[in-house]
Every structure is written in structure tokens, then in C-alpha cells.
Design a protein around this ligand. Structure first.
Ligand code: DGT
Ligand code: CA
Ligand code: CA
Length: 574
């Protein structure tokens, strides 16, 4: 149980209470606790084990009742209240909560007025225009619900990379402890670092598979064992399906290649094999009946005359052709990064001070960060007014005076307003080291308007970077409509950098857009948008993974440069 799991339990308790129309104060208490826990920098389980209820109660937003539940969850991995509540509402109604734009209040209303208890009933009612007449809902809501259902179905069964990766890594760590495990690796879409993952695939070499399978199916947190055999077992863990395959040593490389996929990539490789009279499958590389290779993954590529292709590129998007002609890029790595050009501090909605963010950045080996606190229009995010901005400048200077080889750059994430204007005047923007501009409102403007809105920002000579250029939030908000090719043209012409926001639910630009940027010669800033120091450390790997999937090399990314060269790239307007 990690903090996020505990927060999820309290959120679900709050939602069920809300569906049932219970006391709003209790509901709010659970929600507040969930928000607190989500952003907590220490491990709740550790606190609960060390200090019990009394220490937990010291955390703001956590009262006696909730503290007790945290102790219960820490000790038993389960919460009785949560389990009981879940039995009081139909499972289908709880599933409705996962539809973007449908909250507990709406669910309660839909149930009361129309007796709706699941997605199918909701969809039918919306299509028959029965929701429009319910007070407080209306036609617009009806439309949004239908869109939400469609979106939910598209993501159904898939989880974010950032959810799957830590669990997969901990499974690998556990199984590695077994003597029976000779080699082990993650495969599938997770190894390719796709932004969402259908199921986790793990491969093991062992001469004693039943021992491995026993350990696998009895891992802590296993919710269900779907299949258990000597070569393959499947479990459900934290709501995710996990497949484990045990193969023999001589097949390992071939199996890793096969189960890493993608399927389309595999088909291309197999076809190349056929042309050379080879049979390539998950057991090895064969000429007739004879196995001629397959112990290591490299064998597969060599056997068909290709250079090694990194997993992130294996989507049949031209990587086979590139490998044939020795044009596989030298993909960017985490260690290439020398700074972060988009972080928040306490001066807007961040949790850490400038100094704390700087020290963490130094520990990461960075040479600079740009503190890009929000502008006034983003009120809910504690946007700074001009006075606050000036006060912050003094603190930046004070902090910078304490460092020799590190620089805090003063920056803002200035809002691009729906009337195309920027939320700070030019006189303010020109004083800042770095200006990051982004859209935070009116996501529904039409494509031409939105494109023009962002282009207008790019044309402002003070704007250096466009943050999260499509505004998407995976599974929650679709990207707004925008002409990406046009944006790339203008970014190129104006010398504007495009951000790759590393937040796992954003990854915006996405992999395909990154590659488009490279084709247009538009540099990318891989930034975290971190709201605390831990995030700055933890989410950057998802940005780098997406950049790799977008074929980016270190030279395509501005923040692989040292301070001076990076600033020169930002300021060199064409
Ligand atoms: P996911 O789990 O939906 O995120 O995506 P993957 O790519 O992990 O797909 P999965 O788990 O169904 O299968 C793992 C890999 O196994 C897949 O990437 C390629 C390989 N594979 C599965 N089925 C086939 C197939 O019918 N033909 C070929 N050539 N490869 C397959
Ligand atoms: Ca998979
Ligand atoms: Ca699978």
C-alpha cells in the first residue's frame, strides 16, 4: 500500500457517501485527507508503524477517525468501512465515477430521477435525451456525458505508465530474490514505455519454474490468480493484469524480443527472417529445425541484418528501415539533462521553497532550474501578482548568492488568455530569464481560434517556451483542438521551444508530436512542471521515455545544454 492507494480509498469512501447523500462534513473530511495524503512527502505506512494514531493526527487534515483507518490499512492492507460501503451501492454505479465529467452528485441524481445504475443505462438515457430535462443537468451535460463514456471506453482496462512501472519494478525486485530465477526482465508495452499499459509482461529464465510461479502467485497484494502453469501464470495486482512467462535460457533473447513487441514490429522482423530462410519466434531463431540463435536479444536483430533497435522505437514507425540503413538515433538519456525549465514553488501552488527546489535540483546533478510560478489569471493555482513577483525576485537573488555552480532562473508560466493576450504585460515579461506560456482555460475554443491563440503567444518576442501544448490529461481531458503542424511551423519561424511536459498524465507533447518537432527543427524542453521537489525527481523519467519514443537525441533538447548555451538557444529569436 503506497500513499496513493490510501488516498484512493478515502476518495472512494467520500464518493460513496456522496452518492448516498450523507453528511457533507464527513464527505469533505475524507476528501481533504485524500488530497493531503496524495501530496505527502513521507510514507504514511512508515508513519503509522512508527507513531500510530497520535502521530498521524499531527498531519494537517487528518483527524482521529481517519488516522485510525490509516493504521488499519497499514496493518491489514484493507479498510472495513470502505468494504462495507462498497457493498451498499451497485458496482455499476461506482464504475460511473470513472467517466470523466460524472461526479457523485450527478450519479445520485441520475439514480433518483431515472433509476440509472450502470454505464449502459446511462448511455441509453443520454441518447434518448432523458437527461436534458432533469433540473441541474441539461443538454450540455448530456452531450458531455456521452463524450465521457466514449473516452472512458477508450482507456478502459489501461493504466498510466507511472502506475504500472513502480509495481512491475517491485515485482521484479521480489522475484529476483529467488535462487530459482536466473534472468528476469520486464517486456511488453511497459518496456516500450508506452504512455498507457494494458497489462504488465514479465519474463524469467529458470530451471525450476514451479517455484517461481508459487512465489509469483503469492506476492503481497495479489487480488486474483487467473492462471497458474509452468510456463505462464497471470495474476491481478492493484487492478492490473500481470503475465509472467518462464522460458529456457537458450530462448530468452528471442522471447524478450517477441514479448516486448509491438506486434506490428514483430511482424516486420518475422517477414525479414522469412526472406532469409529463417523462422523467428518466441523460442528462438531457426534454420529448418536447427536453432541458430535466440539466447540474447541482439541475436534477433543480427540474424536479419539490422542494427539494434531500442524498445521505445519498436512500433513499426520506420525503425526497421532506419536500422537497415544504420540510421537509428542515439536516443536521449536521463543523464543528458542539465536542468529543469518548468517547476513551481511556494510562490504559487508549489509545496517547496525556491531553496528546497534548488537543492534537490543540485542533488540531481542539474545546473539550473526555472521557477515558473503561475500568473494572476490562474487564481486557483495561487497565481502571482506583480508585487509578489518582485518579492520573489529578491528571494531568487538571495538564494542564487549562496550557490557557485547553480542558477535559479526567474520565470513564470504566463497564462495565454482566451482573448489571445498574455496575463503579464511585456514590461514584466522582459525582466524574466525564461518565459513559459500556456493555456489554462476555455479549452473548447475551435481549432482555428486555439491555434491562433497559441501562435499569438509564440509571436511575442519575450515568450520562450510553450508548455503542455495540447492541454490533454490522460483519461480525464482530451487535447484541445489545435493545428499542430501550423504550431510547429510558427515555432520554427519564431524560434520558440515546445515543452514535453513529463507529468505522466500529461506527456504533452506526446511521442508523435516530439518526432514532428524534430522534423520541423523545433527544439524541445523536457520539463517536469513539478509542484514539489519529489515530483521534480520522480516524473522526469516519463518525459525522457516519451522523448525517446519520439526519436529525440540529446541535441534536440534544450535542457541538455549548459546554462549559457541553453539561454542562448532560448533567446536567439529568428
Ligand atoms: P498492452 O499490454 O496492450 O499495453 O500492449 P503489449 O504490447 O504489452 O501487448 P500484449 O501484452 O498483448 O503482448 C505482449 C507482446 O507480445 C506484444 O507487444 C507482442 C507480442 N505478441 C502478442 N500477441 C502477438 C501476436 O499475435 N503476434 C505477434 N507477432 N506478436 C504478439
Ligand atoms: Ca502487455
Ligand atoms: Ca500480456
Amino acid at each position: 500500500m503506497v500513499n496513493l492507494d490510501i488516498a484512493r480509498i478515502f476518495d472512494e469512501i467520500a464518493s460513496i457517501l456522496e452518492i448516498k447523500g450523507e453528511n457533507p462534513f464527513r464527505i469533505r473530511a475524507y476528501r481533504r485527507a485524500a488530497r493531503t495524503i496524495e501530496t505527502l512527502t513521507q510514507d504514511l505506512k512508515v508513519i503509522a508503524e512508527r507513531g500510530g494514531v497520535s502521530e498521524l493526527k499531527k498531519i494537517p487534515g487528518i483527524g482521529e477517525g481517519i488516522a485510525k483507518k490509516i493504521v488499519e490499512i497499514a496493518q491489514t492492507g484493507d479498510c472495513k468501512k470502505h468494504r462495507e460501503l462498497k457493498q451498499e451501492v451497485p458496482a455499476g454505479m461506482l464504475e460511473l465515477l470513472k467517466i470523466p465529467g460524472v461526479g457523485p452528485k450527478t450519479i445520485a441524481k441520475l439514480h433518483e430521477e431515472l433509476g440509472i445504475t450502470n454505464i449502459e443505462e446511462l448511455e441509453a438515457a443520454a441518447k434518448a435525451h432523458k437527461l436534458g430535462v432533469i433540473p441541474g443537468l441539461g443538454r450540455k451535460v448530456e452531450e458531455n456525458i456521452l463524450k465521457g463514456i466514449e473516452q472512458y471506453r477508450r482507456y478502459q482496462g489501461r493504466v498510466l505508465l507511472s502506475k504500472a512501472l513502480p509495481y512491475a519494478e517491485s515485482i521484479v525486485k521480489e522475484l529476483k530474490k529467488l535462487d530459482a530465477v536466473e534472468r528476469i526482465t520486464i517486456a511488453g508495452s511497459l518496456r516500450r514505455m508506452r504512455e498507457t499499459i494494458g497489462d504488465i509482461d514479465i519474463l524469467v529464465v529458470s530451471k525450476r519454474p514451479s517455484e517461481v510461479m508459487d512465489a509469483f502467485t503469492s506476492l503481497e497484494g495479489v487480488e486474483d490468480v487467473i492462471a497458474k502453469g509452468d510456463t505462464k501464470s497471470s495474476i491481478v495486482l492493484k487492478g492490473m493484469d500481470v503475465d509472467l512467462r518462464v522460458v529456457e535460457s537458450a530462448s530468452f533473447g528471442a522471447a524478450v524480443h517477441y514479448f516486448t513487441g509491438s506486434k506490428h514490429h514483430n511482424i516486420r522482423i518475422r517477414e525479414l527472417g522469412v526472406k532469409r530462410g529463417l523462422k523467428i519466434n518466441e523460442y528462438g531463431i531457426f534454420r529448418g529445425e536447427e536453432r541458430i540463435g535466440g539466447e540474447n536479444e541482439e541475436d534477433v536483430f543480427k540474424s536479419v541484418g539490422l542494427a539494434y533497435i531500442p524498445p521505445e522505437l519498436r512500433e513499426d514507425r520506420g525503425e526497421v528501415e532506419a536500422a537497415k540503413e544504420n540510421r537509428i538515433p542515439k536516443l536521449i538519456e536521463l543523464s543528458d539533462l542539465r536542468g529543469d525549465l518548468h517547476v513551481h514553488t511556494k510562490w504559487s501552488d508549489g509545496k517547496n521553497s525556491i531553496e528546497e527546489m534548488a537543492k534537490t535540483a543540485i542533488a540531481l546533478g542539474y545546473e539550473y532550474i526555472a521557477v515558473a510560478d503561475h500568473s494572476p489569471a490562474v487564481g486557483i493555482a495561487g497565481g502571482m501578482n506583480e508585487d509578489k513577483l518582485r518579492m520573489r525576485q529578491q528571494e531568487i537573488e538571495r538564494v542564487n548568492a549562496t550557490f557557485d555552480n547553480f542558477r535559479v532562473l526567474s520565470s513564470t508560466e504566463v497564462d495565454i488568455k482566451s482573448d489571445f493576450s498574455l496575463d503579464f504585460p511585456d514590461e514584466i515579461l522582459k525582466e524574466l530569464d525564461v518565459v513559459v506560456a500556456a493555456v489554462h482555460s476555455k479549452f473548447t475554443q475551435d481549432k482555428d481560434t486555439m491555434t491562433k491563440r497559441i501562435i499569438t503567444a509564440m509571436e511575442n518576442p519575450h515568450v520562450d517556451i510553450i508548455a503542455h501544448p495540447t492541454g490533454r490529461v490522460l483519461g480525464k481531458r482530451e487535447p484541445y483542438e489545435v493545428d499542430m503542424e501550423r504550431l510547429m511551423e510558427v515555432a520554427h519561424d519564431t524560434g520558440t521551444v515546445m515543452e514535453l511536459n513529463s507529468f505522466p498524465e500529461r506527456l504533452d507533447l506526446n511521442d508523435v508530436h516530439c518526432r514532428m518537432a524534430k522534423d520541423y527543427g523545433v527544439p524541445i524542453a523536457i520539463s517536469t512542471d513539478a509542484h514539489d521537489a519529489m515530483q521534480m525527481r520522480d516524473v522526469i523519467k516519463y518525459g525522457v521515455a516519451t522523448a525517446r519514443r519520439g526519436w529525440l537525441e540529446a541535441k534536440d533538447v534544450v535542457n541538455t545544454r549548459g546554462l549559457e548555451e541553453m539561454m542562448k538557444m532560448l533567446k536567439d529569436r529568428r
